[in-house]
Design a protein. Structure first.
Length: 554
């Protein structure tokens, strides 16, 4: 469970899209915004498992959390039931209205839920938030309801006036046509330092773990109108690791910290080896770190190699030790021990958690370990990127990388086998759980077309059709010689200055972090170009030519 600040501020449970959660978290209102819940079911599970404060008296829901997915109607029904249960229990309930025209449907479901719980609709009190009008009207609406209970700032931070959109991604503004590859050589390689001597620990013989009872699901409201208890606000206590569902070595002091406002976790995956997902993960992280630093607001970035049997990150950055196994054998996985076992990618200015060297140790660092470490790193870094294997149905990917991510990038090339594999994978990933899928909403997935080149027998319409409605958010041109040179010399950072690769990853970074200040790409020979562009927020409209060439839009 995330522990609140030192003062016992009122806890707020947020079951909405991330942009609204981030607005509330960064508004400087005197409340405690807890971890965003991606669905009503996740909220009930987190409440029963102790990951949300059961004393919370303020809840924010959305009228369209799963819009455009196969679970839209079911989620809306669950939202209506939660609104009735919580409002009847005396909580302050708010509903973000993204689609005013669809509001009568939600209100009808609320009336049905109230009747089923034996509650009079005239006794229900919930408040609508005009999110389509922007952040300031939302906060002012909440101020009118909560002014007697909370401290609102005299002046809001500037972020409240940024455009408020429920979209996770801005589609790519360019599909590369025929290009002439540059012939300029990359900078001369630096001497390769000797390999670190820190040994990878040998994992202890696996012991039979003490069984931990899974958290029991919450009891649904009875027909009499009963609802999960919402006692008066009180002090927040930190549960033990086992009580919170973590391994015994987890540091609850670290896990109880709130995430920084706007914290973003991105998973990079694919269905086909050789698509370039590890390269994409590294260059995306490096581009975010560089562009944010140039803009004057540096973001801390950590890359996790979740391909525990065939991790490539170590080879790409030229550092092989320590690995995740060095953390796994520690008695406590606290911040000091985690940082001690990360490696710095030279020139990229990002930290990396490497996969174990020996594939046979993969099971030692399984889903429970990595889920804990991912959540720990989310409290240490502004951006966490997870590079995965192609085995997207394995528990480590399906239950950790997919579930913990705010955004998922699916990498494909223009090979027909890759595009066909992408269609098959996206169908599995986005299918509802009751249809044996992973139930991942399409709105948090974006496609990267890697090694893009024109006239190879794969047209953009074919890629879009295979994407099943998932937008293309990044297009990376083919530059085989230069990418291989940088890879073999462990000089991945040189690709950020590449005239084709650099701009592509800068655009991708801006699509992944809408609203954050990221400088536009600039030629290494013209650094003033970045200074001039640094004040343009990520996601802002580009020039007229860019808009004319935009082929992929939601």
């Amino acid at each position: 469970m995330t522990q609140g600040p030192q003062a016992p501020l009122p806890g707020v449970i947020v079951v909405t899209e991330r942009p609204l959660h981030d607005l509330l978290a960064g508004s400087e209102v005197g409340w405690w915004i807890q971890d965003r819940q991606p669905s009503v079911a996740a909220m009930w599970d987190a409440l029963s498992g102790g990951r949300l404060d059961q004393h919370s008296r303020i809840l924010v829901f959305s009228d369209s959390l799963m819009a455009g997915t196969g679970t839209e109607q079911a989620e809306l029904t669950q939202t209506a039931r939660a609104i009735v249960a919580m409002a009847h229990a005396g909580a302050r309930v708010f509903v973000a209205v993204w689609r005013p025209a669809e509001l009568p449907r939600l209100q009808e479901l609320i009336a049905q839920a109230a009747a089923g719980q034996g509650v009079s609709t005239s006794a229900l009190n919930y408040h609508l938030l005009p999110v389509e009008q922007g952040g300031r009207p939302v906060l002012e609406s909440m101020r009118r309801v909560l002014a007697d209970e909370l401290t609102f700032p005299v002046q809001y931070p500037l972020l409240v006036d940024a455009p408020l959109s429920r979209d996770a991604f801005a589609p790519s503004q360019v599909w590369t046509e025929a290009v002439t590859l540059p012939t300029a050589d990359l900078p001369a390689p630096e001497p390769v330092p000797p390999a670190p001597t820190q040994p990878e620990p040998v994992p202890p013989a696996p012991a039979q773990p003490e069984p931990v009872a899974p958290p029991q699901p919450p009891t649904p409201p009875a027909a009499s109108g009963g609802a999960p208890g919402l006692p008066p606000l009180g002090s927040v206590t930190t549960p033990s690791a086992t009580a919170a569902g973590y391994p015994t070595s987890a540091s609850m002091e670290l896990l109880s910290r709130p995430k920084s406002p706007g914290q973003m976790t991105i998973t990079v995956t694919s269905s086909k080896g050789g698509s370039g997902k590890s390269t994409a993960s590294i260059l995306l992280g490096g581009s975010i770190a560089r562009a944010s630093a140039v803009a004057g607001h540096p973001l801390s970035v950590c890359l996790i190699d979740l391909d525990t049997r065939d991790g490539q990150v170590a080879s790409l950055i030229g550092k092989f030790m320590p690995t995740a196994l060095n953390i796994r054998v520690q008695p406590v996985w606290d911040e000091e021990r985690i940082r001690r076992n990360l490696v710095r990618a030279d020139g990229l200015e990002i930290d990396c958690l490497l996969a174990p060297i020996r594939p046979r140790t993969a099971d030692t660092v399984g889903p429970d370990f990595f889920r804990t470490i991912v959540r720990s790193l989310q409290r240490m870094y502004d951006v966490v990127i997870m590079d995965t294997s192609v085995q997207y149905l394995e528990p480590l990917i399906a239950d950790v990388a997919m579930r913990e991510a705010d955004e998922i990038l699916f990498v494909t090339t223009l090979a027909s086998t890759a595009v066909q594999g992408m269609a098959r994978a996206l169908r599995e990933i986005t299918a509802p759980i009751d249809e044996s899928g992973l139930g991942v909403p399409r709105e948090k997935i974006g496609i990267i077309v890697n090694q893009s080149v024109a006239n190879v027998g794969m047209e953009r319409d074919q890629v879009l059709a295979a994407g099943l409605g998932v937008p293309v958010v990044g297009v990376v041109p083919l530059a085989t010689k230069d990418v291989l040179t940088a890879t073999n010399l462990n000089r991945m950072h040189a690709l950020l200055d590449h005239p084709l690769i650099g701009p592509a990853y800068n655009e991708l970074a801006r699509a992944c972090l809408p609203g954050r200040e990221l400088a536009a790409w600039h030629s290494p020979d013209n650094p003033a170009q970045a200074v001039a562009a640094a004040s343009v927020p990520a996601g802002a409209a580009g020039d007229d030519e860019s808009r004319r060439r935009g082929l992929f839009r939601r």
